[in-house]
Design a protein around this ligand. Structure first.
Ligand SMILES: Cc1ncc(COP(=O)(O)O)c(C=O)c1O
Length: 450
């Protein structure tokens, strides 16, 4: 009955859409979600899979951050060799294999210009597990503190991890607090004395803002003043393509809070820089100071009061007791090739930036606006993600309406952004031969809604 009524009040343009209107509408209704525009990434993926199957039409899929490139072969070959040599039968040490720890420490020196001993470079099952283990220890290091402060927008699963652990969190959207304005805003949270960890990603998922040196300095200094651990997620290492971070041991280096703080933990992921997401291998880099630091309150949960020891023999032991042997050796080989100057990981992923530039232009020419568009005084880099809005629509409306035009994305709402008008577009799965379709669909969308 409801449907019948709706059909009669909808303007006719809504029924003549590039993807069959009735099918999209029915599939949206069948998700059972009260508002599809606020669906999680995986919910949108499932919905679009179903519509594609039913209609036979291919979407311009921008909802999920899957690497759209081939995995780096050096890693695969090293894994095959390792397996042939019989590593599958052996439990890997939880702290990681020597080759990986050494190459990660070298990589930190050569591409971040920081010193971290191999003992603090600990493999994890993707960066996802590193953050989980980190919360389990860092957010329990001081009984008077309550949890994480997220500098948003951010990766929604991090908040899910904190929530399911029963930790508290706070967050704010950086949009209005760039540059010097960040100082007072950040201080207003840290002065409560309740923050255990500050977390952000850089380049940022979803907005692709890149923190400036000034901002990193502010974060580092305030964290020191209030004795808070800084967690820097470098899942998109080196991908601010405005600057060439690809030369080992030569400036410029990937910016990091490590220059301004001693109690930091960096999350390194192989998923994007080596297109290695399927092997689920990352590394947690714990500063030498933090690794050896003693927090008496850790004894509530762990046998030791030392941070590094609790991460390895407390959290990681309980989570998976180590990381697949061959995946560690594969990552070690890729890092070694980068360290030796034999593999240029920035060149390997530059395609993302080039596609983003073309796609952003198409959106802007069709009435869209870029939401997060500057790093202080500089225009934003082109990279893995960008954020867009369309005049007069909320992000949630926009996401839903674009589905009828064969374009999928996620709403910024689920990322902690206060820019409710925005959606996040991910370029990785869009192939260049879909650009014509994208342009046509955006044209149609603009004609129908302007
Ligand atoms: C900001 C950020 N952190 C962490 C991850 C997860 O990385 P991994 O695949 O290494 O678990 C992602 C993946 O999309 C991400 O965007």
């Amino acid at each position: 009955m409801d449907d019948f009524r709706n059909e009669h009040v909808l303007p006719s343009i809504m029924k003549n859409t590039p993807i069959d209107y009735q099918t999209v509408k029915r599939e949206i209704r069948e998700t059972g979600l009260p508002e599809i525009g606020k669906g999680t990434i995986r919910e949108i993926v499932r919905l679009v899979n179903r519509i594609e199957e039913e209609t036979g039409e291919k979407y311009v899929r921008m909802e999920m951050g899957v690497p759209g490139l081939e995995p780096v072969k050096i890693g695969i070959e090293a894994e095959i060799d390792a397996l042939k040599q019989g590593v599958a039968s052996k439990y890997p040490m939880i702290e990681g294999v020597r080759e990986l720890k050494d190459e990660m420490s070298r990589f930190a020196k050569l591409f971040l210009d920081i010193d971290i001993k191999p003992e603090g470079c600990i493999p994890t099952v993707g960066s996802m597990m590193a953050s989980m283990a980190m919360y389990l220890v860092a957010n329990r290091s001081d009984r008077t503190k309550e949890g994480t402060l997220f500098i948003d927008p951010g990766f929604p699963v991090h908040k899910q991890q904190v929530r399911i652990l029963g930790h508290d969190y706070r967050s704010f959207d950086i949009y209005d607090y760039r540059g010097d304005k960040l100082r007072d805003k950040l201080a207003s949270y840290l002065e409560s004395g309740k923050v255990s960890t500050i977390m952000y990603s850089n380049p940022n998922n979803p907005s692709w803002i890149c923190f400036t040196e000034k901002e990193l300095q502010i974060i580092g200094e305030l964290a020191t003043r209030h004795d808070v651990i800084v967690v820097e997620d470098l899942a998109y290492f080196g991908m601010d393509f405005r600057v060439d971070f690809s030369k080992p041991g030569e400036p410029p280096y990937q910016p990091t809070v490590a220059k301004y703080n001693e109690n930091y933990l960096i999350l390194f992921s192989s998923s994007k820089i080596f297109s290695y997401a399927g092997q689920r291998v990352g590394v947690m880099l714990i500063s030498d100071t933090l690794f050896n630091r003693k927090y008496p309150d850790l004894k509530r949960y762990y046998t030791s009061d030392t941070f590094g020891y609790s991460i390895i023999f407390g959290a990681l032991y309980a989570l998976s007791a180590g990381v697949t042997h061959s995946a560690q050796l594969g990552l070690a080989a890729m890092l070694k090739a980068a360290n030796d100057g034999e593999y240029n990981f920035v060149e390997g992923v530059k395609e993302y930036g080039e596609k983003a530039k073309i796609m952003k232009r198409m959106f802007v020419e069709n009435g869209f606006r870029i939401v997060y568009d500057r790093d202080e005084d500089k225009p934003l880099a082109d990279g893995f993600f960008f954020t867009i809005s369309y005049p007069g629509m909320t992000g949630s409306d926009l996401l839903e309406k674009l589905l009828y035009y064969g374009i999928s994305a996620i709403s910024l709402y689920i990322t902690g952004s206060e820019r409710n008008e925005g959606i996040r577009a991910c370029v990785s799965l869009v192939s260049r031969n879909q650009f014509k379709d994208l342009e046509y669909r955006l044209n149609r969308f603009h004609e129908d809604h302007s």
